[in-house]
Design a protein around this ligand. Structure first.
Ligand SMILES: NC(=O)c1ccc[n+]([C@@H]2O[C@H](COP(=O)([O-])OP(=O)(O)OC[C@H]3O[C@@H](n4cnc5c(N)ncnc54)[C@H](O)[C@@H]3O)[C@@H](O)[C@H]2O)c1
Length: 439
């Protein structure tokens, strides 16, 4: 099939590449010429395990192409995926300007039947807006070319995105006309050879499903964070509680890890957008989600609170920070808890030396020439002259460090672990002061 992917970010690049991998002829469009240049030169603009080799393989096979040429992109694909960003607007609602600009481009330039697929995470009712935007452009041209609009939210996880796309748990397609459903079925057949994973719904239900999934996951995290804070005061160990409840199949073990808050490009903005859609479009206050967000905002400052409780005034203190990305295996820094922590520490007069295996260049881009933030080449290099070690991301390489060396290098043998990586008894038995979340 001929496929165009509009927006070559985390979702667009992974989707386009995986669709090429199974034999489709894919053209990825982006308005950012720098991204397209990097891709055309054989690099990739993001960090995502396994993606670079797959991009190279499919480019070499002639199935995957990149462009900034909108007209070429619209002409190319019968299926036009819209995978552009939907960042929060000032009021928290999803900003649809990029989605609608992409839709208008398609309407402005299409000359034959297109299935326009909303892959971006968009509020209920967006497919109707996309449909109207395309209709308006066609009307301006005085033509009546047929097209369908489909909602196909993406559930991939950064850090495991290729695997998630190639072996999805489910593929949700919201569509209301047979021609589009037929094409979407054919498109996704190679990804579900073992058993049917396609869930065909009406358009609005598909749009809401994506928000419901992220809102549920965010809820589990905030719930556990609140219980962790309670466990700490009561003298219980949240890790034991987690195992005690996770063993119940109705609850399960996934997404019950307490920490220093959720971040990333999806949960914070999607929770906000769902609250906003509910209020504006339905007059409903989503009380649970409002609390989920509040709890998370507070949790992002939990480590600062612990540092202040231990050291008092943080003015002049220097901290080693392990982990910057909002989670392991990605360089994504959008809404990462580390950003709030660093801002808190600066506000309190402290300085930081950070280490992250892949997110340091992105952090540098965000913090620019900030003199209070230095970077180390390896985890141990961050510890020199530091008053304590603080951990904000659970990268594998932090799981079993040389505790003796940590103890020798830090000014004070203190670890603040925002991801509960270590056994408190063991670490404390080594003579290290250890502060975790809910333990
Ligand atoms: N990142 C994730 O893990 C993830 C997972 C599931 C869903 N989503 C959703 O997918 C969407 C995209 O997310 P992302 O993380 O890939 O974003 P991103 O910011 O990494 O990529 C978006 C890309 O779209 C490009 N773009 C913007 N307007 C354009 C236009 N008119 N034409 C062509 N390109 C254009 C931008 O330059 C950018 O490269 C969002 O709605 C997001 O919520 C993201």
């Amino acid at each position: 099939m001929k496929i165009t992917v509009v927006g070559t970010g985390y979702v667009g690049l992974v989707s386009g590449t995986c669709l090429a991998e199974v034999g489709n002829d894919v053209l990825c469009l982006d308005v950012d010429p720098e991204k397209i240049r990097i891709l055309e030169e054989g690099g990739i603009p993001i960090y995502e395990p396994g993606l670079q080799e797959m991009v190279r393989r499919n480019v070499a096979a002639g199935r995957l192409h990149f462009t900034t040429d909108i007209e070429r992109a619209v002409q190319h694909g019968t299926i036009q995926f819209i995978a552009v960003g939907t960042p929060p607007d000032e009021d928290g609602s999803a900003d649809l300007q990029y989605v609608l600009a992409a839709a208008r481009n398609i309407g402005r330039l299409m000359t034959d039947y297109k299935v326009i697929v909303d892959k971006s995470t968009v509020p209920v009712g967006t497919a109707a807006k996309v449909k109207a935007a395309v209709a308006e452009e066609l009307a301006k041209r005085g033509i009546d070319t047929p097209y369908s609009v489909v909602s196909n939210p993406e559930f991939l996880k950064e850090g495991a995105a290729v695997e998630d796309f190639m072996r999805p748990d489910r593929i949700v397609v919201g569509a209301e006309d047979e021609q589009a459903i037929h094409l979407m079925r054919a498109l996704y057949a190679p990804f579900q050879r073992n058993h049917e994973r396609l869930i065909i719904t009406d358009v609005k239900s598909a749009e809401l499903t994506k928000y419901a999934a992220n809102a549920m996951l965010a809820t589990r995290i905030s719930f556990m964070n609140e219980l962790a804070n309670l466990a700490e005061v009561l003298g219980a160990d949240i890790e034991m509680v987690r195992q005690g409840i996770g063993s119940d199949p109705r609850i399960g073990y996934h997404f019950l890890y307490p920490g220093c808050g959720y971040g990333g490009s999806c949960f914070p903005k999607d929770v906000k957008a769902l609250i906003k859609t509910a209020a504006d479009d339905a007059g409903i206050t989503l009380k649970v989600l409002t609390a989920v967000e509040e709890a998370n905002d507070a949790q992002k400052h939990i480590l600062t609170g612990k540092l202040k409780a231990r050291f008092g005034d943080l003015k002049g203190k220097h901290f080693a920070l392990w982990g910057l990305a909002f989670k392991p295996n990605t360089d994504d820094m959008r809404d990462a808890p580390s950003r709030e922590l660093i801002a808190d520490l600066f506000a309190a007069g402290a300085t930081v030396t950070a280490y992250d295996p892949v997110a340091m260049h992105e952090t540098q881009r965000i913090f620019r020439d900030e003199p209070r933030l230095k970077y180390a080449e390896n985890p141990m290099g961050a510890l020199d002259n530091a008053d304590a070690l603080v951990i904000a991301t659970e990268w594998k390489e932090f799981r079993s460090p040389d505790f003796e060396a940590i103890k020798q290098t830090l000014k004070n043998p203190v670890i603040f672990d925002g991801r509960n990586l270590y056994d408190p008894k063991f670490v404390r038995s080594l003579g290290i002061e250890y502060f975790a979340i809910g333990r």
